[in-house]
Write a protein that binds this ligand. Structure first.
Ligand code: NAI
Ligand code: MG
Length: 493
């Protein structure tokens, strides 16, 4: 396989002991401790990263607080903030090749796909650079002797806690809107993938974001993450990750009743009706579940197929799955990389064993790809004969495992689709327009795709129903997430 050669900037960055960013200064952990960054394609450590703990979070929050209170960012002319955010987006794109390689090394994502994501992360900043100039208040009707208006103000010091599946994109989803709406931030990237967030902090300074506005503390969830969620001087936490940890964040946040928004797990239905364009549906469903090695919160892991086309669909799905080329992240030919860590490898292969023991039929995949060495490679796996009560149909696996189920008609499809604690996303494949809209309305989820899957745009809001979380990110709805309103009463007497 054609191995991609590492850029000089990348080698320099990973070998130069990457540092946290606190108050505009690159720094190690106060304790001097570090942890290893591991390349999932080889299972080998390739860098040492500061292991931030309570003291480091305290310092970062203090820096973010000072930057917020002295209005060095919030108080800038909106047009200036817009200019800086746009520049940051352009810098991310300009450094796309370098960032993509770092992301590929750190997360196991194929470098070609990582390049697209780096562009998308830059695009989030470009989108949000349009917002500082569009934050309006309102005038409110009241007594004739009064003038009442509202100010839409930032939430304050925001904590962002993010997962490892789309490291820089997730960082952008937190930092860009927080900054656009005038907040300052402490970001805690996932311990599996801390590196691109550190480069983001450096690039933000280069773009002109004042020191202390974007702080990044690397470290573990139970240490740095918990300290941030518990911190009494943090006004808001925006979290993306597992439902289990989302629940913990709520408890950790209760001390000062900080605001919380949660983007959590999913077990999204992907419904294929008999009138669908079968080949397109098979390919789309395949990508919908195996993209990013299945490590996508909106992955269409429950594939509901109308009985009359079940067998044909499954054979098209298996054919499409065969086109997914499994391989190391730093190869140009790879379509699907490893899963992110040895824990995830255990977890995903554990679920495959559960599927077998529950009586589901394995039609393709089902194994760790041994031929690829010590990396955390799992074959794209399809189970058929699944019923919705099975564990593999109810729990988020977060790996390349699809569960195919038969449904008789539209009503059963909607009922099965909604029979889940989650409600993050759904996809529907049909050529019948009214059926498509009826199903879209019937499904309890924050996103529904029709004849496509996995699409995303910074202008389109995103978030969950049920235990997939609450609060909306992206688009104009993120304004509610990152601002608060103040009513001002003025007597005209
Ligand atoms: P996680 O939910 O534990 O990690 C997400 C982030 O939360 C990380 O930055 C982590 O350091 C932090 N964190 C962990 N415990 C914390 C705590 N007590 N307080 C504050 N922050 C904390 O996800 P993990 O353990 O990496 O993966 C386990 C499973 O979670 C996956 O198999 C998958 O099912 C699910 N998951 C779902 C994601 C999604 O976007 N829906 C993303 C990542 C994982
Ligand atoms: Mg965890």
């Amino acid at each position: 396989m054609a191995q991609v050669e590492l850029l000089g900037e990348v080698t320099k960055f990973v070998e130069g002991s990457p540092q946290m960013m606190i108050g505009g200064r690159r720094t190690g952990a106060a304790s001097g401790k570090t942890f290893e960054a591991v390349d999932p394609s080889s299972g080998k450590a390739f860098a040492e990263v500061p292991r931030g703990e309570v003291a480091d979070v305290d310092a970062a929050v203090a820096a973010a607080r000072e930057a917020f209170e002295d209005r060095r960012w919030t108080g800038l002319r909106p047009g200036k903030r817009a200019e800086i955010l746009f520049k940051l987006g352009e810098l991310i794109k300009g450094h796309g090749a370098e960032l993509a390689q770092i992301e590929a090394l750190d997360s196991g994502k194929p470098v070609k796909i990582a390049s697209g994501e780096m562009w998308a992360a830059g695009d989030v900043f470009r989108y949000y650079s349009g917002w500082p100039t569009k934050i309006y208040g309102e005038t409110m009707p009241s007594d004739d002797s009064l003038f009442v208006y509202s100010l839409r103000e930032p939430a304050g010091v925001c904590g962002g806690i993010i997962p490892w599946n789309f490291p820089l994109v997730m960082a952008a989803h937190k930092v860009a809107p927080a900054l656009a709406f005038g907040n300052t931030m402490v970001l805690k990237p996932a311990e599996q993938t801390p590196l691109t967030a550190l480069r983001l902090a450096e690039l933000s300074l280069e773009a002109g974001v004042p020191e202390g506005v974007v702080n990044v503390v690397t470290g573990f969830g139970e240490e740095a993450g918990q300290a941030l969620a518990r911190h009494h001087d943090v006004d808001k936490i925006a979290f993306t990750g597992s439902t289990e940890v989302g629940r913990k964040i709520l408890h950790e946040s209760e001390g000062n009743l900080k605001r919380v928004s949660l983007e959590l797990g999913g077990k999204s239905p992907n419904i294929v009706f008999s009138d669908a364009d079968l080949r397109r549906a098979a390919k789309g469903s395949m990508l919908g579940v195996f993209m990013n090695s299945g490590q996508v919160c909106t992955a269409g892991t429950r594939i509901l197929v109308e009985s009359s086309i079940h067998d044909d669909f499954v054979s098209s799905l298996v054919d499409a799955t065969g086109t997914m080329k499994l391989g190391p992240a730093l190869s140009d030919e790879t379509g699907m990389g490893p899963v992110v860590s040895s824990e995830q490898l255990q977890r995903v292969t554990g679920y495959i064993e559960i599927g077998k023991s529950e009586g589901a039929e394995l039609v393709t995949g089902g194994n760790r790809a041994q031929e690829l060495g010590d990396g955390y490679f799992v074959e794209p796996t399809v189970f058929t004969g699944v019923n919705n009560e099975m564990i593999i149909a109810q729990e988020e696996i977060f790996g390349p495992v699809a569960a195919v189920m038969e449904v008789a008609d539209v009503d059963e499809a909607i009922a099965v689709a909604n029979d889940s604690i989650y409600g993050l996303a759904a996809a529907v494949w049909t050529t019948d327009l009214s059926k498509a809209h009826r199903v879209a309305r019937g499904i309890n989820a924050g996103t529904v795709w029709v004849n496509t899957a996995g699409l995303y745009d910074p202008a389109v809001s995103y978030g969950g129903y049920k235990q997939s979380g609450f609060g909306r990110e992206l688009g104009k709805h993120s304004m509610e997430t990152y601002t608060q309103t103040k009513s001002v009463w003025v007597s005209l007497k």
